[in-house]
Design a protein around this ligand. Structure first.
Ligand SMILES: Nc1ncnc2c1ncn2[C@@H]1O[C@H](COP(=O)(O)OP(=O)(O)OP(=O)(O)O)[C@@H](O)[C@H]1O
Ligand SMILES: [Mg+2]
Length: 221
């Protein structure tokens, strides 16, 4: 994605902008990359903080919704929740409350102003995010969500130094790694790829965010 994002949910507010076109290109590459496999649940992470995971997650979710898919975006970053803000949703009725059994699915899933797109916000920050995310409850919830949504996108914390993304990956079909130009170090990328290999999940691709030059998105798997 190219500089500069004036508005985080650009795919919705300006679907013809260059960034929106790039998000669409990512979606198309993803469709090709996953032609022979399940790609209903996509986990988005990055090596270190502030790479653009949350912005990419929300815009990719919008992009799928614009393709008439029924989409759920889950704020799986229980430590630095942001999706409630992007979608003007209630931050407290969310994933952590569902995981501790304090909420029903119907009360937790919130429709957004984007047609076809629902959000599950993070809920209140628990004392033990990784532990909470490792309970079977998450698996049960995901089985339910998969019945109601075509595509589920999960925004997660960075993968270096925090286990949350690895823990959540068990319920994902594959992973997208977001790296940021002039921010993410090469060794951090390779370290992340090593960590993600241990999940035995497909690395669907890598997105280079915030590059100065036009030819900035690359994709591999
Ligand atoms: N391509 C871009 N151009 C300009 N600003 C960007 C771009 N991508 C992200 N940002 C800004 O950088 C900040 C971090 O982005 P974002 O919250 O998506 O990162 P993150 O990886 O989710 O961070 P965290 O690790 O804190 O969850 C935000 O203020 C966002 O608006
Ligand atoms: Mg984030």
């Amino acid at each position: 994605m190219k500089r500069k994002l004036k508005q985080n949910l650009i795919t919705f507010y300006n679907s013809k902008s260059p960034v929106s076109e790039q998000i669409k290109a990512v979606r198309t590459s993803l469709n090709f990359a996953t032609i022979d496999q399940d790609a209903q649940v996509i986990l988005i992470t990055s090596p270190t903080p502030s790479s653009g995971k949350s912005v990419v997650s929300s815009n990719l979710a919008v992009s799928y919704a614009q393709q008439d898919k029924k989409v759920l975006i889950i704020d799986g970053d229980l430590r630095k929740a942001t999706q409630h803000y992007q979608f003007k949703a209630d931050p407290y009725r969310g994933l952590s409350s569902l995981l501790i059994g304090k909420l029903s699915i119907a009360d937790a899933i919130q429709e957004t102003f984007v047609p076809n797109l629902s959000v599950l916000t993070s809920g209140p920050m628990p004392p033990n995010p990784a532990e909470l995310l490792s309970t079977n409850k998450l698996d049960t919830l995901m089985d339910e969500f998969k019945k109601s949504f075509d595509i589920i996108i999960i925004d997660t914390p960075p993968v270096i130094n925090l286990t949350d993304a690895v823990v959540i990956s068990r319920v994902a079909d594959g992973i997208i790694l977001v790296v940021r130009a002039n921010h993410t170090q090469k060794n951090e990328v390779s370290r992340s790829v090593e960590i993600l290999k241990t999940t035995n999940k497909k690395l669907f691709g890598t997105i280079l965010n915030d590059a100065k030059y036009e030819v900035s998105d690359y994709y591999y798997y």
